[in-house]
Design a protein around this ligand. Structure first.
Ligand SMILES: C[S@@+](CC[C@H](N)C(=O)[O-])C[C@H]1O[C@@H](n2cnc3c(N)ncnc32)[C@H](O)[C@@H]1O
Length: 522
């Protein structure tokens, strides 16, 4: 009934004015850089929408009802449909390859065909952030007015048995999504094709490698002579990303003033040392070691020799060429109360690679060493509360009364208490979700939620103990972790070769290009 009203001419006119006003207001008040980010990375939205439709998720969620369905269960049900559809060759739209071809990560083993739930949760959360689905509880999603409009009305059983009739007799909205988001399928087909063309033992199977037909990992590739322009652009773009943070947020991201005099900060993958420079100026008693790839280290040293030679000459700061997939060079005993700082590093790498980096740091850590991760922390699109295990939900046994997350510094919602706004502030924070999928489709990497970062760090012996947001609504966060026991199952990880890292793993840290003074005098 309410939907019928939207076809009344007077209502239509009013709706148009409201939408126009909202769009114009957003463009007028939002920082231009963020509006540019929306325009630059908004291509993820049709890809996610296409996945929603092609995997019949509106139909699965309709059958689940308003309480929604956990992403693991959505993934399982999609897998069932996928197997049913795959066994029926000859889907009308996708030819013999089946509806899901290339739409997402999936195993070749027909028993294991499924959408990876950890990817699916990010896709559904991006859609929820754009008001196209709802995250009703952590990782539990439900239909809303928009995803409901893409619902074909078929039962899930029908879609498993006769997918070719999905659009018959419908209002055509699901078919429209399938048609106009199809360019994404074209792209994924091309990706699949180039996957076939490329050697099967490709280093990382990262889309970047496939697109550029190179076996070299991105950061090495960037340093080759023919990519000099790209490397230069990358450096400037990193400076541009400073706009994601509140300027100088690193200064408040850690209680630097509580460190003993002359404590060492190792800026791991520190680039040309922009963050270290801020710290050096703000905390004259800190010493800084900036580690990066050899070519970047050279650029950093050149820049610092021009801008602040006294920091290098005095021994307060140094650059070191070091591959973070190799063991950390031993730190002098006096410096084992070090802070390892990783700014915008974890989001560049898939979980297995992040584990390797953090494990090397964990092995180098002393009892008082701290790890500081500075990266986007993706909020959930619902209140960030855990189910209370003592009061399971009557309907599904999984979610009941919620209890607040225990970590100091975490917040249930970024929206004002009691407001109807999305707890992650929806489109105002779209950039982090765009970047998440950009990292995913380029490097098989991702931005992570606090839960994901906590689990990842814990799996290799780091316990996150505090989170600070950069302030003023930024999703950029600083996570402080302390060393704990390394779980037994992770101890063997360092022996396992990482695809694409064979060569660089053998590299040792070359040299400290300037000495970090170990004396206790500030
Ligand atoms: C996204 S940038 C972040 C730079 C810096 N932390 C910042 O916040 O501006 C990632 C950095 O990781 C460095 N990097 C990539 N692979 C590396 C490796 N194997 N060992 C050390 N550094 C690496 C890159 O050269 C680049 O400087």
């Amino acid at each position: 009934m309410a939907e019928m009203l939207t076809t009344h001419p007077a209502v239509l006119a009013a709706v148009n004015q409201i939408v126009a006003a909202c769009g114009q207001l957003c463009a007028s008040v939002q920082r231009p850089f963020l509006t540019v980010c929306d325009a630059a990375m908004g291509y993820h939205l049709p890809a996610c929408l296409r996945l929603l439709e092609a995997a019949h998720i509106p139909e699965i969620l309709r059958e689940a009802g308003p309480r929604g369905l956990h992403v693991n269960e959505i993934s399982r049900r999609v897998g069932q449909l996928l197997r049913a559809n795959r066994s029926r060759k000859g889907n009308p739209e996708d030819g013999e390859e089946g509806r899901y071809e290339g739409a997402t990560a999936e195993s070749e083993d027909s028993q294991e065909l499924r959408l990876d739930p950890s990817l699916l949760s990010h896709v559904l959360r991006l859609l929820a952030t754009h008001h196209i689905t709802r995250e009703v509880r952590p990782d539990v999603f439900a239909n809303n007015r928009i995803s409901g409009a893409i619902d074909s009305g078929r039962t899930v059983t029908e879609l498993g048995q006769t997918p070719e009739t999905k659009y018959d007799g419908t209002n055509g909205i699901a078919a429209f999504v399938g048609l106009w988001c199809a360019s994404d399928i074209g792209a994924s087909r091309r990706r699949e094709k180039s996957r076939e063309d490329t050697a099967a033992d490709h280093p990382m199977h990262a889309p970047f490698n496939l697109a550029f037909r190179t076996r070299v990992p991105y950061f090495e590739w960037l340093e080759t002579p023919e990519n000099a322009g790209r490397l230069k652009r990358f450096g400037r773009a990193m400076t541009g990303t400073g706009s994601w943070e509140v300027p100088g947020a690193i200064v408040g991201g850690f209680p630097w003033h509580t460190l003993p005099p002359s404590s060492l900060v190792v800026d791991v993958g520190g680039g040309i040392g922009s963050t270290s420079l801020l710290l050096a100026h703000a905390f004259p008693r800190l010493r800084l070691l900036i580690q990066d790839r050899p070519q970047v280290v050279k650029m950093g040293e050149t820049a610092w020799k021009e801008r602040c030679p006294e920091l290098l000459e005095s021994g307060r700061a140094a650059f070191q060429s070091h591959n973070f997939f190799a063991p950390q060079p031993p730190l002098p005993d006096a410096m084992r109360d070090t802070v390892f700082l990783l700014r915008v590093i974890t989001h560049d790498w898939p979980d297995a690679y992040v584990k390797r980096i953090l494990l090397h740091l964990r092995q180098a850590a002393g009892p008082n060493t701290k790890l500081l991760l500075a990266d986007y922390v993706l909020p959930l699109a619902c209140l960030d509360e855990d189910p209370d295990p003592d009061s399971p939900c009557q309907d599904c046994g999984m979610e009941g009364k919620m209890k607040a997350p225990p970590l100091p510094g975490t917040v249930r919602s970024l929206a004002p208490e009691g407001s109807p706004l999305l707890p992650n502030l929806g489109k105002a924070n779209a950039n982090a979700y765009w970047l998440d999928l950009t990292m995913r489709v380029t490097f098989n990497a991702q931005e992570r939620t606090l839960r994901e970062l906590t689990a990842l760090a814990q799996s290799v012996g780091w316990k996150i103990v505090r989170v600070t947001r950069a302030g003023s609504g930024s999703l950029f966060g600083h996570l402080i972790a302390e060393p704990v026991d390394i779980p037994a199952e992770s101890l063997g990880l360092l022996e396992t070769p990482l695809p694409g890292m064979l060569q660089t793993n053998k590299e040792q840290s070359k040299h400290t290009t300037a000495r970090v003074d170990t004396c206790d005098q500030p």
